[in-house]
Every structure is written in C-alpha cells, then in structure tokens.
Design a binder for this molecule. Structure first.
Ligand SMILES: N[C@@H](CCC(=O)N[C@@H](CS)C(=O)NCC(=O)O)C(=O)O
Length: 277
C-alpha cells in the first residue's frame, strides 16, 4: 500500500492511501482520518460513502467531519466511489461509469470486470482497515445520495457487521427512479428481480432493522428530492415493518456539501453512541 498524502487535522491525521484491491481488480483510493485517540487504543470506525461524481476527496475536504471524529474518538473511512483507470469501463455521463459505482456488484460486461463496490465496501475495505490501523470491528456506515443508498443497502443486508446507519439525501428506492433505473439496467441487466437486493426500501420491508434508529437528513430545497430521492417511500416501508426511522426534513437546505457539513456533527454523535455499547 502507498500513503498518497498526510495532513495534521484536529490533533490527528487525515491520510489518503492507495492499495491493490481484489474486488475492484485494480487500485483503490481511500481517505482515512485517524483521530488523536488512535495513538492509544483501538477505535470504532464510521465508513462514509460519497455520491455521484465524487472521489474520496469530497468528504474529507468539504464535510468538516474530522473535528467531530476527534471529539468522539471515531476513525473515518471514505473510499472513492468507483473503480478508476484507463482499463476500467466508463460512460460519457456523470451518473454512470467511473464516479458512479452505485455500491453494487455488476453482472453485465464490460462493467462486471471491475465494478464490485459492494464486495469492496462490505468485505475487503473493513478487512484492510482492521489489519492496518488501530481499528476495531465496531462499524457504522453513512453516506450521501448514491452513497446514502449504498450505506442503507449495505447495513440492511449485513446487520451483524454494522451497528448503526445514517444517510444524507439518500436514493431510498433506486428501482423506482431514473438514476437507479439507468444504473441497475446497465450494471445488472433487465431482470428487475435482481435489482431488489440493492433497493433500501425493498430490503427494509423484507428484512427490517434490528439496531437503533436509522437517522436520515433530507434538505427540502434539494433539486433531486421529488425526482430521485423520494424519502417518503422509505418512511412508508419503515412504518409498515415498525422499523425505527428518524427522517428529518431540513427546510432551506439543498443537495450540497454545505448541507452535509451542517449536520455531520449530529450524525457522528449518533454513531458514536451506538458504537460505544
Ligand atoms: N449537478 C451535479 C449532480 C451530481 C451531484 O450533485 N453530486 C453530488 C452527489 S449525488 C455531489 O456530492 N457532488 C460533489 C460535490 O458537491 O462536492 C453534477 O452534474 O455534477
């Protein structure tokens, strides 16, 4: 593995690493924030999944999360959003291909060769983190938009691996909206049954949620709210199976990292509490 950069930050270190990933059949780039407490003991980890067009840089440079991670003694891990490189298939648009991995395992070519972000985030990344850093197997997961979709899907399908989940403006029902329909038909093919394993609303209905409350913030001035996000679909599913969903609609906030920066402290406090006991 290679350390690409290291910056002192709130008494700890904001690092970026690159390593060879089996799941992605290529190199993976990951932001790792080590709070000051990591000098003394093993710490729990919050995994963060970013949205469309993002790399590992967006969260580490724009969310301002390190201050809260240092306060609570939580390691932050923020991977790039897709496989990258000249050998990796791509598309000529922002919502497909590189930067738009949708946290699934693609089954259609040419995508299937590298687009295995689901396996990468669920298995390989925690394995790598827990063997190279003072990180425990107490895990929480969060993300934004496409990454909120990834966080919800991954937590719901792996309830013994994650103690807590939250999201900002997540795509809660990708099988029902244009971003998800395009990505899933491209990466998974036309068999809509196979899409259900990557749809948080369908998964919550099928599996429920056995841990504490799922925290979701959604800006009411988000341009994607009605067309792509539709959080009421998840609210209805949660009510039907009696799952603990805390959906907060935030007046005036849009889809940007200004919105994330405004509430990320509350999300980290929420996860820190769940990771403690
Ligand atoms: N209008 C945007 C749509 C994509 C977008 O809003 N991406 C969100 C995640 S879904 C984001 O985090 N963008 C990067 C940033 O704000 O730093 C574009 O075309 O780039």
């Amino acid at each position: 593995m290679e350390r690409v950069s290291r910056q002192a930050c709130f008494g700890g270190w904001q690092d970026v690493y690159r390593f060879d990933s089996k799941s992605l059949a290529g190199s993976a780039t990951v932001g790792v924030y080590l709070p000051p407490q990591a000098e003394q003991r093993k710490l729990p980890v919050l995994y963060w999944l970013s949205g469309l067009t993002c790399t590992e840089q967006n969260f580490i440079s724009k969310a301002g999360a390190q201050r809260y991670a240092a306060e609570h003694g939580v390691i932050l891990v923020a991977p790039d959003t897709s496989p990258r490189g000249d050998q990796v298939a791509d598309a000529d648009r922002y919502d497909l291909g590189q930067g738009a991995g949708f946290y699934l395992n693609a089954t259609r070519q040419p995508w299937a060769a590298h687009y295995r972000m689901y396996d990468f985030v669920v298995e390989e990344l925690p394995g790598w983190i827990e063997s190279h850093f003072p990180a425990s197997d107490r895990r929480a997961i969060s993300g934004h938009s496409m990454g909120g979709h990834g966080a919800l899907v991954i937590a719901l399908r792996n309830q013994s691996r994650y103690r807590s989940v939250s999201a900002f403006a997540p795509i809660v029902a990708p099988t029902q909206v244009p971003w998800g329909e395009l990505a899933f038909s491209t990466y998974l093919g036309e068999d809509r049954l196979s899409w259900q394993d990557y749809d948080a609303t369908a998964l919550l209905t099928r599996l429920g949620w056995r841990h504490g409350s799922i925290l979701i913030d959604q800006g009411e001035a988000d341009d994607f709210l009605d067309s792509q996000l539709q959080p009421q679909r998840l609210r209805e599913a949660a009510a039907a199976v009696n799952a603990p969903l805390h959906l907060r609609l935030q007046p005036g906030y849009d889809h940007s990292y200004y919105f994330i920066a405004s509430f990320v402290g509350e999300h980290i406090a929420h996860h820190a509490a769940a990771l403690q006991d």
